[in-house]
Design a protein around this ligand. Structure first.
Ligand SMILES: [Ca+2]
Ligand SMILES: [Ca+2]
Length: 273
């Protein structure tokens, strides 16, 4: 008798469990059927084009950017196409850097707004020269070829010490922003990152410094007030206050991993026309 009661109880428990499972599956299916479909835009890459500085068709496809970026009435936003990150997570502590920008907690950099029509990519495909005309590795043309992904085949390696690379925009242009990617295969800091603009290819006359984090003037170009930063796939974008010039020169003096200088890409943005 006791055995029969036990069997009845077991059968009842099985029936209840099967019933609950079927009901749960049906409800879940209904929820999935009614859920909104998330639209995924295809990634779009920037390819070299542009003789004469035509605007690149850049879609901002950064993975970590919020779905909507606030626009500013009467302004254009500089749209920088980012490569995928080569590393994620909190960068390790980098010793010997005392002028580092504060951590952003994974947030993307603030957008750069410029006057309407001054957001044109001017530098794509432009000629590049350097203080090291015979790079240790890579070609100077890599620096304006539109390829920004971290890959051993995409960066240029220059000699140790303070070195520069110089982008020739072909004619004097009104410059409103720039962005530089040195090397983002690991978290490192490049020293004495300086950007200057001039109409003089030798940078003797009419030189305007538009970025410098050489706070201790170790590269002897004048101390700068910008912060040092850890290299990531975001590069280092910065605004330029409508400086007109044909040549844009970037300096660096090695990095926290080795004494060499590297560049993956430089972009210069400014007034169209
Ligand atoms: Ca490149
Ligand atoms: Ca320095």
């Amino acid at each position: 008798m006791k055995l029969n009661k036990l069997m009845i109880a077991a059968v009842a428990a099985i029936i209840l469990a099967v019933g609950f499972f079927c009901a749960h599956t049906l409800v879940r299916q209904r929820i999935l059927e009614n859920a909104p479909v998330q639209k995924t835009e295809p990634r779009q890459s920037v390819r070299p084009q542009a003789e004469g500085g035509q605007a690149a068709e850049t879609e901002d496809t950064r993975d970590d950017e919020p779905a909507t970026v606030a626009e500013m009435p009467g302004k254009s936003r500089i749209k920088i196409t980012l490569p995928p990150p080569a590393f994620r997570g909190t960068p390790p502590e980098i010793k010997g850097v005392f002028n580092l920008e504060p951590p952003r907690g994974g947030r993307p950099r603030e957008p750069i707004f410029v006057p309407v029509g001054c957001d044109m990519l001017l530098s794509l495909g432009c000629k590049v020269t350097s203080s090291d005309p015979d790079p240790v590795f890579g070609e100077l043309s890599f620096i304006t070829d539109g390829e920004k992904e971290h890959d051993p085949a995409t960066y240029v390696e220059l000699a140790p010490g303070t070195q520069w690379v110089q982008v020739d925009l072909g004619e004097a242009r009104e410059i409103h922003a720039a962005c530089v990617w040195h090397y983002h295969g690991e978290a490192r800091v490049y020293r004495d990152v300086i950007c200057q603009i001039s109409n003089d290819p030798d940078f003797i006359d009419g030189v305007v410094t538009v970025f410098s984090n050489d706070h201790d003037n170790s590269s002897k170009l004048g101390a700068g007030k910008d912060k040092e930063y850890i290299e990531t796939h975001e590069g280092r974008p910065f605004a330029v206050d409508a400086v007109t010039g044909r040549y844009v020169r970037f300096y660096s003096r090695g990095n926290t991993s080795n004494e060499l200088n590297h560049y993956i890409e430089i972009e210069v943005y400014g007034k169209g026309g």
